[in-house]
Design a protein around this ligand. Structure first.
Ligand code: SF4
Ligand code: SF4
Length: 306
């Protein structure tokens, strides 16, 4: 461990960071320049991914079907906009206090196309938005599960990340070798809308690590009222599925199977899970009638009782 990595690791407790991993430029070779973090900071040597857990209790109201707004704040918006932003900024300060430039990157949806035009030959149009799932795997923090979500051995899918690019050279973290997802299929079985097709999987490879991901019908997930949220940055981007029934079922499975290191005295699921809109036919679903979420996650992504 070099001097700067030691300094960063010593700062984790003060910054309340739960997860950290490092990757060099070689792990991003071949990544589309429109999503490559080194397009943003070409002289950077290291990508740092830092994560904070989504507290299990932030999902409680969604699991019971009685409070959706507090997940939206503690599990999503505040976690990314406030808690992680502050932690990321504090870690940036540690690097820059030691003479290394540190570029903080917010987790915007990477599937969004450029909003501007290229400023010079050979440079991708702004904004370059890195793929955070790719980066987390490249930084050795976990894997992509059959449900298409990033899973870590600490929290499963219960975390969010910010990224820092720095010209400090830090040894890359080893890739995560094991498996968290055991292909149980419970995420797909629990989806009332049949949006996870485990019959059709594709192999994805990140830095040589191979993972099987089911075909997920995100167009269906965008209408899902079982805890899924319209992407708050762009309604066209993938919805947030962390609080959705499919993923809450995955959380139960991973915890019950003792596959996660963050353990609890009591099981997450205490009674039969609720669900709405149990048909695969979108035309049969009255999404407004099924809007049990108090308007917080309305179909068009706007807050309020629309
Ligand atoms: S529910 Fe099972 S198959 Fe689905 S992502 Fe979780 S561990 Fe993998
Ligand atoms: S978000 Fe909803 S529709 Fe999509 S897989 Fe999960 S439960 Fe099914």
């Amino acid at each position: 461990m070099n001097h700067i990595e030691k300094l960063l690791r010593e700062s984790l407790k003060d910054c309340r960071i739960d997860l950290i991993g490092f990757a060099g430029k070689e792990r991003f070779e071949g990544v589309d320049p429109r999503h490559n973090p080194f397009s943003i900071f070409p002289e950077a040597k290291t990508v740092i991914m830092l994560g904070k857990r989504i507290c299990r209790g932030a999902l409680r109201g969604v699991e019971e079907g009685t409070n959706f707004g507090d997940y939206a704040l503690f599990g999503k918006n505040w976690l990314e906009d406030e808690f992680l932003s502050i932690a990321c900024y504090d870690l940036v300060r540690v690097l820059e206090d030691n003479g290394w430039e540190a570029c903080p990157i917010f987790p915007n949806p990477s599937e969004l196309g450029p909003q501007g035009v290229s400023v010079a030959e050979g440079r991708p149009a702004p904004n370059v938005y890195p793929d955070f799932d790719y980066a987390a795997v490249a930084c050795g923090l976990g894997e992509i599960g059959l449900n298409g979500l990033l899973l870590t051995p600490e929290f499963g899918s219960r975390q969010r990340f910010h990224m820092i690019l720095t010209d400090a050279e830090i040894d890359p973290s080893p890739l995560f070798e094991g498996h968290i997802c055991d292909a149980c299929g419970k995420c797909a079985q629990s989806c009332p809308l049949g949006a996870i097709d485990t019959e059709n999987t594709k192999e994805i490879e990140i830095c040589g690590k191979k993972m099987q991901v089911a075909d997920i019908h995100y167009d269906v997930c965008k209408t899902c009222k079982n805890g899924a949220c319209v992407n708050r940055f762009a309604a066209t981007a993938r919805p947030d599925r962390i609080a959705a029934l499919c993923n809450r079922t995955c959380i139960c499975h991973l915890e019950d199977s003792e596959l996660l290191s963050n353990k609890f005295e009591n099981s997450f699921r205490q009674r039969e899970a609720w669900s709405v809109g149990g048909t695969k036919n979108a035309a049969e679903r009255n999404v407004e009638a099924a809007n049990v979420l108090g308007g917080s996650f309305s179909k068009d992504g706007n807050r309020g009782n629309r």
